[in-house]
Write a protein that binds this ligand. Structure first.
Ligand SMILES: CCCCCOc1ccc(S(N)(=O)=O)cc1
Ligand SMILES: [Zn+2]
Length: 268
């Protein structure tokens, strides 16, 4: 693993080039990077944190595609039809896509950890602040531009709602493949209890790693079956033209320094 440490002033964290898709492990001046380890006993209960309010319209679901890092289910975010508000948020946020991160084995794969505990996968529901901005691409550059809900996946019973998505994956095995995907309610992927969560200010976990995300990490996980997760691993990082096919696994970023941030909890 090549790591060209650059000379670093106090302002710059050590920058290491990392192989594969992760890009730089840290960005110059990055003091609110994601993901992080959530140290439960150091999180601070905040009674002002409200319950999450999600209103997702399955009719806004459009397509599912393999972008070479993960697979994304994309929603029509030209109107306020699928929205998130409440929780730690002051504004209304529009759902634009959801995707997952997972490992090559069930022992790891999540991006966030809880007291260093790794989960086999993690779901990210990505929303942008439609009260303040008019496009995701605009919001992604702003401090309060994005809100991402993180949900941990555990291996257990089969997730009936997920199966429609799993059945679509063979059609998008290669990087760049897109297929229509409609009438999918992402609410079915949320845990039954959405009142208990941790929240902190962080960043995108893939390039451009911009520090524009209010993270909302659910305390309660969802369960998916071993076989459902195995289909995630049948996806490929590589496009159909490339000679060497690489299976899409371990598409997670390593935990980043907390840099003095406080993680708040909505529960005691
Ligand atoms: C200007 C184009 C940006 C494309 C990248 O968008 C992203 C990247 C990462 C995440 S994640 N893993 O932190 O939820 C969410 C959205
Ligand atoms: Zn993600």
């Amino acid at each position: 693993r090549r790591c060209n440490l650059t000379a670093c002033s106090s302002k710059y964290v050590l920058s290491q080039m990392h192989p594969m898709w992760q890009g730089p492990l840290a960005v110059p001046g990055g003091d609110r990077q994601s993901p992080i380890d959530i140290v439960v006993r150091k999180s601070v209960f905040d009674s002002k944190l409200k319950p999450l309010e999600t209103e997702y319209d399955p009719q806004t679901c459009q397509q599912i595609w393999n972008n070479g890092y993960s697979f994304l289910v994309e929603y029509d975010d030209t109107t306020d039809k699928s929205t998130l508000k409440g929780g730690p948020l002051q504004d209304k946020f529009r759902l634009c896509q959801f995707h997952f991160h997972w490992g090559e084995s069930n022992s790891w794969g999540s991006e966030h950890t809880v007291d260093r505990r790794l989960f086999p996968a993690e779901l990210h529901l990505v929303h942008w602040n439609s009260d303040k901005y008019s496009l995701f691409e605009e919001a992604v550059m702003e401090d309060n531009g994005l809100a991402v809900i993180g949900v941990f996946l555990k291996v257990g019973k089969r997730h009936e709602g997920l199966q429609k998505l799993v059945d679509a994956l063979p059609a998008i095995r290669h990087k760049g493949s897109v297929v229509d995907f409609t009438r999918f309610d992402p609410g079915c992927l949320l845990p039954t209890n959405t009142d208990d969560y941790w929240t902190y200010h962080g960043s995108l976990t893939t390039p451009p790693l911009t520090e524009s995300v209010t993270w909302i990490v659910m305390k309660q996980h969802i369960e998916v079956s071993h076989d459902q997760l195995a289909v995630f691993r049948s996806l490929l990082f590589t496009s159909a033209e490339e000679e060497v096919q690489k299976s899409m696994v371990n598409n997670f970023r390593v935990q980043q320094p907390l840099r003095g941030r406080t993680v708040r909890s909505s529960f005691t």
